[in-house]
Design a protein around this ligand. Structure first.
Ligand code: RNT
Ligand code: ZN
Length: 418
C-alpha cells in the first residue's frame, strides 16, 4: 500500500481514537455489509426476455449513453468490472426479465433453470443474488394493472409469475448459501382520481396472500413488498400505497421495502426506519435519489444518504436491513453510475460508523443541545476520507478517483465495440 495512504490513515486513526472510535474495528464491520447492485442500471431496464418491449410501469430512463449491455454475458462482464472498483463483497439484484435463456418463455413459465447462468457466475464470483418479479413491460400489464387487475385471467397470470419468482429465488438462496431477497413491486394505479379505491386493494391483498401461500424456505428466500405514492400515468392513485404495504407486511411478517424516491417530495425515508423496524423484523432499502419526482438519479453523498446511514448505524439496524440500490441513468457511463452510487452508499455507512454515537447520545440525554450541534458539525470535517482511502487500498480497490480511468479504459476497449 502507498505509504502516504497509510500515514494519513494512522493520523486519522488517532483523531478518531480520541473519541473512542476504533477505525480498524469499524473497517472490519464495514467489510461485512453487502450492498445489492441492481442489474437494471446496466441496460436501462430492458432485460433479455422481450427484446423490443418498451419500458412501462410508470418508470422511465432518460439518456442514450453508448455501450449498454445487450446480453447476459455483457451485463455480467460490466458488473464484474464495476464490482472490481468497489470495496467489499456484495450482491447482485436481478429482475425476471434478465433470464439467461434462448428459450421463448413467458413470465409465468420461468423456472430456476432459466437463471442457471447467473447462479454459476455468482458462485464463481462469490456473490449473493436477489430477485424481483417483473410486473411491467409486458402486454398483460398494458393497461397499468397486474396483481390487482379486475380480470381474473390477467390477475392469475401475474400470480403465477410471482410464484415462479419465489421458486427461482429459493433456488438462488439454496445454491449460494445466503438468503435471496425477493422484492414485489407492481405499478398498478390510475392516472385520474378513481371512484373505487378499495376494490383494487382488496384484489391486491388476495393476490399476495395467494402468492405467499406457497411454502418457501425462509432460510433461502426473504419476501419484501415495495410501495409507491405515484408513477407516470398513475399520478392520482397507486393501489400498493405505503399504508397498504405497511399493514400488509406487518400482518404477514414480510419485509417492507422503502425506496427513497417513492414518497412526497419533502418526505424522507431516514425518519421511517426506527418506526418500521420497531414492529417489523426486516427491511429492504432501495437507495436512490429523487430529483423533483421518483427520477431514480444516481446516489450522491447528500444529506438524506448520510441520514439513512446514521439511522442504520446508530439504531444498530444494519443486521435487519437489506441494502439495495435502485437508480437508472442512461445519460452517463453505465458502469460509472454503479461505481459512484455504490461507493457513496458504503462511504456514507463508514462516515456514520465514524461518529461518536455514545458520546452524542449522552450529550443529548443531558439536554446539552449546544454540544450536540457543535460536535455533529465538527465531525463533518473529520478525516473520514483518509479512512476510506485506506479501506479501498486494503480491499485492493482503486483509491479516490483512480477508478475513473479504469472505467474510461474499459469504455474504449470494450463498450465502444458493442
Ligand atoms: C419502481 C420501483 C422498482 C423498480 C425496479 C426496476 O418505482 O422503484 O423497484 O425501480 O423494480
Ligand atoms: Zn424501487
Amino acid at each position: 500500500m502507498d505509504q502516504s495512504i497509510l500515514n494519513s490513515y494512522n493520523e486519522a486513526k488517532k483523531l478518531y481514537a480520541a473519541h473512542g472510535i476504533h477505525t480498524d474495528e469499524v473497517l472490519g464491520k464495514l467489510a461485512q455489509i453487502k450492498v445489492s447492485l441492481h442489474c437494471w442500471q446496466g441496460d436501462d431496464v430492458r432485460g433479455f426476455l422481450f427484446k423490443d418491449k418498451e419500458l412501462s410501469g410508470g418508470i422511465a430512463v432518460t439518456g442514450s449513453y453508448p455501450g449498454r449491455a445487450g446480453t447476459p454475458e455483457e451485463l455480467r462482464q460490466d458488473l464484474e468490472k464495476a464490482l472490481s472498483l468497489i470495496p467489499g463483497k456484495h450482491k447482485v439484484n436481478l429482475h425476471a426479465i434478465y433470464a439467461d435463456t434462448s428459450e421463448q418463455v413467458d413470465l409465468d413459465e420461468l423456472e430456476p433453470r432459466h437463471f442457471a447462468g447467473w447462479v454459476e457466475w455468482a458462485k464463481e464470483q462469490g456473490l449473493g443474488l436477489d430477485f424481483n418479479p417483473t410486473c411491467f413491460s409486458h402486454p398483460k400489464a398494458a393497461d397499468g394493472f397486474t396483481l390487482s387487475h379486475a380480470d381474473e385471467d390477467i390477475r392469475s397470470f401475474w400470480i403465477q409469475h410471482c410464484k415462479a419468482s419465489r421458486r427461482i429465488a429459493e433456488q438462488f438462496g439454496r445454491e449460494l448459501g445466503q438468503p435471496c431477497v425477493t422484492n414485489f413491486w407492481v405499478p398498478d394505479g390510475y392516472k385520474d382520481t378513481p371512484v373505487d379505491r378499495l376494490a383494487p386493494r382488496m384484489r391486491l391483498k388476495e393476490s399476495l396472500d395467494d402468492i405467499f401461500s406457497e411454502e418457501i424456505d425462509p432460510q433461502y428466500n426473504v419476501d419484501a413488498v415495495e410501495s409507491k405514492l405515484f408513477g407516470i400515468g398513475s399520478e392520482s392513485y397507486v393501489v400498493g400505497s405505503h399504508e397498504f404495504y405497511m399493514g400488509y407486511a406487518m400482518t404477514r411478517g414480510k419485509a417492507i421495502c422503502l425506496d427513497a424516491g417513492h414518497f412526497h417530495p419533502t418526505e424522507v425515508i431516514s425518519n421511517k426506519l426506527s418506526s418500521i423496524l420497531m414492529f417489523s423484523d426486516q427491511l429492504l432499502l432501495h437507495v436512490s435519489r429523487p430529483v423533483r419526482w421518483d427520477s431514480d438519479h444516481v446516489v450522491t453523498m447528500d444529506d438524506e444518504l448520510l441520514e439513512i446511514a446514521r439511522e442504520l448505524v446508530r439504531g444498530d439496524l444494519l443486521p435487519r436491513t437489506h441494502i439495495g440500490l435502485d437508480f437508472f441513468d442512461g445519460s452517463i457511463n453505465h458502469l460509472a453510475a454503479w461505481v459512484i452510487g455504490t461507493r457513496n452508499t458504503i462511504k456514507a455507512l463508514l462516515r456514520a460508523m465514524l461518529e461518536p454515537v455514545e458520546e452524542l447520545r449522552a450529550i443529548e440525554q443531558a439536554g446539552d443541545y449546544t454540544s450536540r450541534l457543535a460536535l455533529v458539525e465538527e465531525f463533518k470535517s473529520y478525516p473520514f476520507g483518509a479512512v476510506w482511502d485506506y479501506y479501498c487500498a486494503s480491499q485492493g480497490t482503486p483509491v479516490r478517483e483512480q477508478w475513473l480511468s479504469e472505467v474510461k479504459r474499459y469504455e474504449q476497449d470494450v463498450l465502444a465495440n458493442r
